[in-house]
Write a protein that binds this ligand. Structure first.
Ligand code: ADP
Ligand code: MG
Length: 327
């Protein structure tokens, strides 16, 4: 099982930031409202994620570490409408096959916390009692220690940490209801309290995208049938040459989606020149049945069933907004 898991890890676990992404998605799926991330040496020494989510019961710990064990979908029909961030059930098994992973959890209502660890070629899981508040901590130590070829591909600690920080930024811009803390080598890098009011959300946008973006971006909201687009858009005059905030989300998932990017470029069109970069933080809501998220193991891409319709809606919603901004 270790080899099979390591092969799967090749698809999901590219670098420390991909581990952080999978673990945080699990915390979000568990309904966490507070997520604390501790990183040492760019994540190659330590990645620790602690959440206050629903936890994993003692008798489920072994299962959580085994491949293709997911508590999130129970039959194939669920695959047609995925609402959780995870669903493949391979992240924990994959990560634990290429690191020393410890899982500690206490669901609300369970008397004590328990800790699980999988080791060796047979990935045998040992479970023992531990001390932990309600929620889950996952500690990933010495990532890629047993896959030297992958370890060699790690960049400097600084570069790897930059990828992690960028990821936290993207996540924090989609989950204002979650409080985030990010530490690197014992130093606090980001502290983002829960933002439940408009004012608090703008404050977070300013912290993540810069004051200039927060001051110069307009809030937009538009819908067509069940499609809804909202977020912040920089007026053409305010677009600078260096790419600032360029973030888009589909049903809360961060995306680097070609179709969306194309639609955004097209909407800005000739309003900006070749040196200017659009600035946006945009959220597209679309019924789960209208989009396929099971396209890529790391889930960076989606497939829209009615791609043309989605594209044209985004172009027209943004063009309207930009027209108003330019007066
Ligand atoms: P997936 O997210 O695709 O279901 P994972 O391998 O990422 O698969 O996780 C396996 C299972 O472990 C999840 O289905 C979930 O039941 C449990 N789990 C993992 N992380 C957490 C967490 N932070 N809080 C609660 N449950 C978790
Ligand atoms: Mg997962």
């Amino acid at each position: 099982p270790q080899l099979a898991n390591q092969i799967a890890a090749g698809e999901v676990v590219e670098r420390p930031a991909s581990v952080v992404k999978e673990l945080i998605e699990n915390s979000l799926d568990a309904g966490a409202s507070q997520i604390d991330i501790d990183i040492e040496k760019g994540g190659s020494k330590l990645i620790r994620i602690r959440d206050n989510g629903s936890g994993i019961a003692e008798q489920e710990l072994v299962l959580a570490l085994s491949r293709h064990a997911t508590s999130k979908i129970s039959d194939l029909n669920d695959l047609e409408q995925i609402t959780s961030l995870g669903f493949r059930g391979e992240a924990l098994a994959s990560i634990s096959s290429v690191s020393r992973l410890t899982l500690t959890s206490k669901p609300p209502g369970q008397v004590a916390a328990w800790q699980a660890q999988a080791e060796g070629r047979d990935m045998a899981v040992t479970v023992k009692p531990a001390a932990h508040p309600e929620g889950t901590s996952i500690e990933v130590v010495d990532l890629f220690f047993n896959t030297p070829a992958r370890r060699k591909f790690l960049r400097t600690d600084k570069t790897e940490f930059t990828h992690i920080d960028e990821l936290i930024k993207r996540l924090a811009l989609s989950r204002f209801d979650v409080s985030w803390q990010l530490n690197h080598n014992g130093q606090s890098v980001r502290r983002l309290p829960r933002a439940t009011t408009e004012q608090a959300r703008m404050k977070r946008v300013a912290m993540l995208c810069g004051r200039a973006f927060a001051e110069q971006a307009a809030y937009i909201e538009n819908s067509y049938g069940a499609l809804k687009l909202s977020g912040w858009l920089l007026s053409p005059q305010a677009c600078q040459s260096q790419a600032g905030c360029q973030y888009s989300y589909v049903n809360g998932r961060m995306m680097r989606d070609k179709l969306l990017n194309h639609a955004i470029r097209q909407a800005y069109g000739e309003r900006i020149n070749a040196e200017q970069q659009p600035g946006f933080v945009l959220y597209l809501q679309i019924p789960a049945t209208e989009v396929d998220v099971n396209v890529h193991p790391a889930k960076h891409e989606v497939r829209f069933h009615q791609a043309r319709l989605v594209h044209d809606f985004v172009v027209s919603a943004l063009s309207d907004a930009l027209n108003q901004l330019t007066g």
